[in-house]
Design a binder for this molecule. Structure first.
Ligand code: 5AD
Ligand code: SF4
Length: 470
């Protein structure tokens, strides 16, 4: 998962409004934070702020933070130390410089942030970022704001919609948050505490946003949720709709060529969702389905509510529905009590599944979660050694998968200019980055290309005459 993501900036806006204030938003953590950063940019745009990619020219810096692992929060505090120094320099120049902390560290630490770092002006949790403009106003009058409530109002209803040109400038792919929070309570995880319990956005709101995106030129939408496949909403037929129903509905939106969703829990992969993979050509054959561990004993201690065999059976069913699906997952090594034999079970499960991509982490104790109370913590060097072995295996699988694509003709969605002139970067159906010779005017098109080689993190392709499905 991305640890640092800068927002795509509609650069032309900055030149249109030279006197406006500038905001730099640094995004840590998952795609849900990337989406939130975009929406915070929208909320601030209505107050005259334009986004900038240069921290040095910003009047406001927002750190949109992640609390999933210990290191993530540490990074925020060291970044705040640097911002404090910048604020001092700016004050000496008589220029405004405000600092805001948003996201999951804001939610979890609240007042503690301003106690540790008094230079911070606003602390806003993920449920209240629509109140950011008012919070900044009040901070300007000397009243620092810490707002980490679970707002009663729906933030999405209160967020201004971006202008079409702004959406277009953000690119041809977009995230769309449909669900937030988690009720699963895996014993290692802070999400149920920082993001709260599961809430689904209503169908009409999602369709409205999807149409707005497509209208502005977006070709691919990735539906987001901490537990996206737990999404539920009343459908027009009065029935309760699940994520599968939503995908069937979105597949009918003209111009919307590609659909993805992330992140899913194995327990919530229902029949309808699996059928959607069988039936919908616009639903891309890629599924991020974290398993975390391969030992039933550890899965139980993690409160994952499924066994390794159940996970494997599920993947078998998904592969029957969509044979070319590429699997992705998350893994944690060194959960308290994990023995060598448990870890071997994880390696075995990985061998059995064959992942096209994966994310793996050392267990990190999160205060307040049940995992933190467990004895039998695994020593750091053991965790490091296990992670190294697991990552070597996962990387090999990823490279093997990439190699297996060479020679195939695939559909490529052209997304952005490449590093070399005359090159464009696109995405394969399996979420791989692909370089191809094409014109930037083709960005947004889906073209047939032949994969001709692999690089460390991407593939190389040449335009192909016609599509011969492998
Ligand atoms: N330690 C290590 N990794 C964690 N994750 C969540 N909590 C922790 C933790 N305490 C990982 C899981 C999850 C991903 C988003 O982050 O693998 O799926
Ligand atoms: Fe965390 Fe588990 Fe919920 Fe995923 S399913 S957000 S790992 S508690």
């Amino acid at each position: 998962m991305n640890e640092h993501v800068s927002l795509p900036i509609p650069a032309e806006e900055a030149t249109q409004r030279p006197n406006s204030r500038k905001v730099f938003i640094k995004t840590y953590g998952c795609q849900m934070n990337v989406y939130d950063s975009v929406r915070m940019g929208d909320a601030l745009a209505s107050e005259g702020y334009v986004t900038t990619e240069e921290m040095a020219e910003a009047d406001l810096v927002l750190l949109n933070t992640c609390h999933i692992r210990e290191k993530a929060a540490d990074k925020v505090y060291s970044a705040l130390g640097r911002l404090r120094e910048m604020k001092k320099t700016r004050a000496a120049e008589g220029r405004e410089f405000m600092i805001g902390v948003t996201g999951c560290v804001a939610q979890a630490e609240g007042e503690e942030i301003v106690r540790r770092e008094p230079a911070v002006d606003v602390v806003i949790g993920p449920q209240t970022y629509h109140r950011l403009p008012q919070a900044l106003k009040s901070a300007r009058t000397g009243r620092r704001v810490v707002d980490t409530e679970y707002a009663v109002e729906d933030k999405f209803e209160h967020l201004p919609k971006p202008e079409k040109a702004t959406t277009r400038a953000r690119g041809v792919t977009s995230f769309l948050t449909v669900q937030e929070g988690c009720d699963k309570f895996c014993t290692f995880c802070v999400v149920p505490y920082t993001r709260g319990s599961e809430v689904s956005r209503p169908l009409a709101q999602i369709l409205d946003e999807a149409h707005r995106l497509v209208d502005a030129g977006v070709r691919e939408i990735t539906l987001l949720g901490q537990n996206v496949n737990a999404w539920r909403s009343e459908g027009p037929d009065g029935r309760e709709w699940s994520l599968g129903d939503l995908l069937y509905r979105l597949a009918d939106v003209p111009g919307l060529a590609r659909l993805r969703y992330t992140t899913s829990h194995p327990r919530d992969m229902d029949d309808k969702l699996i059928e959607a993979h069988r039936d919908l050509r616009s639903l891309m054959p890629y599924l991020h389905l974290p398993v975390q561990a391969g030992s039933d004993r550890i899965l139980k201690a993690m409160n994952r509510r499924h066994t390794a065999a159940e996970y494997l059976r599920l993947i078998e069913r998904i592969r029957t529905a969509r044979p070319d699906i590429a699997m992705s997952g998350d893994f944690i090594v060194g959960f308290p009590g994990e023995t060598d034999a448990d870890f071997e079970d994880t390696l075995r499960l990985v061998e059995e599944v064959g992942y096209a991509s994966a994310y793996s982490f050392k267990y990190s104790t999160r205060p307040g979660t049940p995992g933190a109370e467990l004895g039998d913590q695994v020593p750091e060097d053991v965790k490091s050694e296990r992670l190294e072995r697991l990552q070597a295996l996962l990387l090999k699988q990823q490279a093997d998968f990439a190699k297996s694509c060479v020679g195939k003709v695939i559909d490529l969605l052209l997304e952005k200019p490449g590093r070399m002139p005359g090159q464009v970067i696109g995405r394969s159906p399996w979420l791989q980055s692909v370089n191809v010779d094409a014109k930037t005017s083709q960005i947004g098109d889906i073209i047939p290309v032949r994969i001709i080689g692999t690089g460390p993190n991407s593939l190389f392709a040449e335009p192909a005459e016609r599509l011969m499905r492998a």
